[in-house]
Design a protein around this ligand. Structure first.
Ligand SMILES: Cc1ncc(COP(=O)(O)O)c(C=O)c1O
Length: 369
């Protein structure tokens, strides 16, 4: 059977020609494409500021640092996410307090946040899982503001996800996106932080480049600068930024296809007794299309798909608190996160997927459930 890939990058020959010109020019970082990509990303998300970074995790780390999160602070993180959502807070020495998520969309909700809040809580992380928007993010944002708690959006899955026409990432204090190769757009490794707060923007811009006070392109004399913070080197190269720039410019059509693909899955799988999924939502950017099946069946289906060369994955197979590193408090059990971990299958939605391939995937699911 012909292979169906789980993800497919949206990079064309014209893009690679420009990338090779950049490589041959020798101007590989701090270049014009970094600015172009940041500007296009601001336009796409309608945010005031954006900063390219080496990956989404680095972006989240910088957000926590810029907000002053430190040792002994508590950060609430959904138990169902990539470990990066927790690690990025742990880097600061803060304690991660996990909370349960919704069964259907895997997202955190306000009730769970309220249950887990303490006088030590300094920040809440929301993750728009699989591209599905956190439905009550506005209420969460109002609640956090009232309690003087920072809200960080992990938008690794959520390029193109909106709530009431507002792009996610604009509801909290700052947010970070991922451009890992399976994501909606890719720069190999890469990420971008957006914020609408100038102070946070300035701090993150400095922290991503050693804590240096002025941009290389704005220096009057080469090599003359001061260092204000214990910063990092979390920069993205210019050829990566060029890749991101080309893809974000044509992302609307990519997104349209992802949504069409999600609709096809829904149409074909609707009504099956043993297969569950979230109802089609026009605001979801469909990083993947997730279905849920009985836990005994799930691994069988994934194994069968591997044999058949049908790309699929699991996001994620364990709640974060069950990884050894985070397993200090063994009494904690998160029923919904556990259900999600045991039963989810991530199906491809990328823009090169053909309706026939979706039909075939659904046919196999019907046979196997
Ligand atoms: C929800 C979530 N957050 C953060 C990350 C980390 O992204 P990156 O690999 O760009 O650091 C990922 C990675 O896939 C993710 O799925």
């Amino acid at each position: 059977m012909k292979k169906i890939s789980f993800s497919k990058v949206d990079i064309n020959k014209k893009d690679t020609k420009v990338i090779s010109d950049i490589l041959l020019s020798g101007w590989l970082t701090h270049g014009k494409y970094t600015t172009k990509f940041e500007n296009s990303f601001k336009l796409f998300t309608k945010s005031k500021y954006s900063i390219t970074v080496s990956n989404c995790t680095a972006g989240l780390h910088l957000i926590f640092l810029a907000l002053g999160i430190k040792k002994n602070d508590e950060v609430i993180v959904p138990a169902m996410s990539h470990v990066a959502s927790a690690h990025s807070a742990s880097y600061t020495g803060a304690k991660v307090k996990f909370c349960d998520v919704n069964k259907v969309d895997g997202n955190i909700n306000l009730d769970q946040i309220k249950k887990n809040i303490s006088y030590k809580t300094k920040a809440v992380v929301v993750v728009h899982m699989a591209g599905s928007p956190v439905k009550d993010v506005k209420e969460i944002s109002n609640y956090c503001r009232k309690k003087k708690i920072y809200l960080i959006e992990d938008c690794a899955h959520a390029l193109g996800t909106k709530i009431n026409s507002k792009h996610v990432g604009n509801f909290g204090d700052a947010s970070s996106f991922s451009f890992y190769p399976t994501k909606q757009i890719t720069t190999g490794e890469g990420g971008i932080v957006i914020t609408n707060n100038y102070k946070i923007f300035e701090k993150i811009r400095r922290l991503k480049a050693f804590g240096i006070n002025n941009d290389i392109n704005k220096r009057k004399m080469p090599g003359k600068y001061d260092v204000l913070d214990l910063g990092f080197n979390y920069r993205m190269t210019d050829f990566q930024a060029a890749l991101g720039y080309f893809q974000i410019k044509r992302y609307k059509s990519n997104l349209k296809k992802r949504r069409m693909n999600a609709k096809l899955y829904e149409k074909s799988l609707n009504g099956l007794k043993n297969v569950f999924f979230e109802k089609y939502n026009i605001n979801n950017s469909y990083f993947i299309f997730q279905i849920f099946v009985d836990r005994d069946k799930r691994d069988q289906i994934v194994k069968k798909f591997q044999k058949l060369n049908i790309g699929c994955s699991i996001h994620y197979a364990k709640p974060i608190n069950e990884y050894k590193f985070y397993k200090k408090d063994k009494t904690k059990k998160f029923d919904n996160a556990k259900f999600y971990a045991d039963s989810n299958i991530s199906l491809p939605t990328h823009s090169s997927l053909k309706p026939m391939e979706i039909e075939l995937i659904c046919k196999k699911i019907k046979e196997l459930t």
